[in-house]
Ligand binder design. Structure first.
Ligand SMILES: Cc1cc2nc3c(=O)[nH]c(=O)nc-3n(C[C@H](O)[C@H](O)[C@H](O)COP(=O)(O)O)c2cc1C
Length: 362
């Protein structure tokens, strides 16, 4: 009943709170024999790490990962560290908690946060930094994702921020190389320039803004997914929706497909050298819950950060009306740091389905 685990054969359990001693995960079911070094996991964590630009939270966390178990290397492995097939435990210490920032919200519920719902459900709430509901937990997902990326041979998983507030990118200018060159993970250099001034304005107002993230997986073999109740699109939607602040998920053309006619939406096929060649990908690489072999395209909307400096009306634990200003250090646009998290969730879902597919059909 605790639901801190996801996946069937590639199974990830995360633990930890925002202001606890540490957070981390246990990855169970990872195949043996995959080379795995802490530095590879660290490289992914460094992309999600807070405090890397003025556009993200100024909490300073090195997010240094330690591998506690599940790997082994000696002369028989050529000195390389390989996964052993046993549970891989990863831990990341919290080092920059400032719990006093949160003393004012001890007795009041922050609008847009999980304060009220956690208290209504459990009757007890770690209010320091949002406790378990904090997106600090997504560091553990990114660490698990770094392992998941190794499971499916030949896949590439990349994500990008494609809209900030009302400002969508120009898709004609999409350049994946650009994503690593600006602090927004944005594939359109001109949009990234605009976001700088736009988000500076939002930040100086003590406000926040939402965003849309797109995650694309290429090189996915056809047939991954398990109809009917383990459809790949259903599992992806659940995985993305489980990321903090995500309020909508779509696959392929998603909600825009409602405005299309059948002849525009159906992805036509021609005979190709290696099976059918699709002439379009409105379906986002999934038909009948199974991957088609085309790129899997998933998009999600992230709400604006709830912690803002404008006073908001709320109630106290005793049931009195109150006003609250959420101080502390916050991301003015949480969509930015959601980009590496999106890639990690895609990687974990695909790794799980790859192993399930292999288990059933070889
Ligand atoms: C990477 C990331 C960073 C986040 N940072 C913040 C933050 O600094 N301040 C904040 O109010 N919410 C932040 N959030 C969102 C909250 O964690 C989330 O809105 C809150 O826990 C309530 O959950 P829900 O929005 O999923 O319903 C962040 C989300 C993500 C994905």
């Amino acid at each position: 009943m605790s639901h801190n685990t996801f996946g069937h054969l590639f199974r990830v359990t995360t633990f930890g709170e925002s202001h606890g001693v540490a957070l981390g995960c246990v990855v169970d079911g990872c195949p043996p024999g995959l080379p795995l070094e802490a530095a590879e996991i660290q490289a992914e964590l460094d992309r999600r790490k807070p405090g890397q630009s003025r556009f993200t939270t100024q909490r300073r966390e090195p997010d240094a990962v330690k591998i506690l178990s599940g790997v082994f290397g000696d002369d028989r492995t050529g000195g390389r560290q390989l996964t052993t097939g046993t549970p891989i435990a990863l831990v990341i210490e919290n080092t920059d908690q400032r719990s006093k920032d949160y003393s004012e919200i001890r007795d009041s519920y922050r609008p847009g946060h999980a304060d009220y719902t956690y208290e209504a459900k459990y009757g007890i709430r770690d209010y320091r930094g949002g406790g378990r509901s904090s997106a600090r937990e997504t560091a553990a997902r990114v660490a698990a994702g770094a392992i998941a990326r190794k499971v499916v041979p030949g896949i590439t998983i990349r994500a990008a921020l494609v809209q900030m507030g009302p400002h969508a990118i120009d898709r004609a200018r999409w350049d994946w190389e650009e994503v690593a060159r600006n602090p927004f993970f944005c594939p359109d250099p001109q949009a990234a320039k605009l976001y700088e001034t736009y988000l500076d304005g939002i930040r100086k107002d003590g406000s926040s803004i939402g965003a849309v993230i797109e995650v694309v997986a290429e090189g996915v073999p056809p047939g991954l997914g398990a109809p009917l109740y383990g459809k790949l699109d259903a599992d992806l939607a659940a995985a993305m929706m489980s990321i903090n602040a995500v309020k909508g998920v779509e696959i392929g053309d998603g909600f825009a497909s409602a405005a299309l006619r059948g002849e525009d939406n159906a992805d036509e096929m021609r005979a190709g050298n290696a099976g059918p060649a699709f002439l379009a990908n409105h379906a986002g690489g999934i038909l009948g819950g199974l991957s088609t072999g085309q790129p899997i395209v998933c998009r999600f909307a992230v709400k604006p950060t709830s912690s803002i400096l404008t006073p908001r009306r709320t109630v106290t634990r005793e049931g009195r009306d109150a006003e609250i200003v959420t101080k502390g250090r916050h991301d003015p646009c949480v969509g930015i740091r959601a980009v590496p998290v999106a890639e990690a969730m895609m990687a974990c879902v695909l790794a799980d389905h790859y192993l399930r597919h292999r288990g059933q059909v070889g």
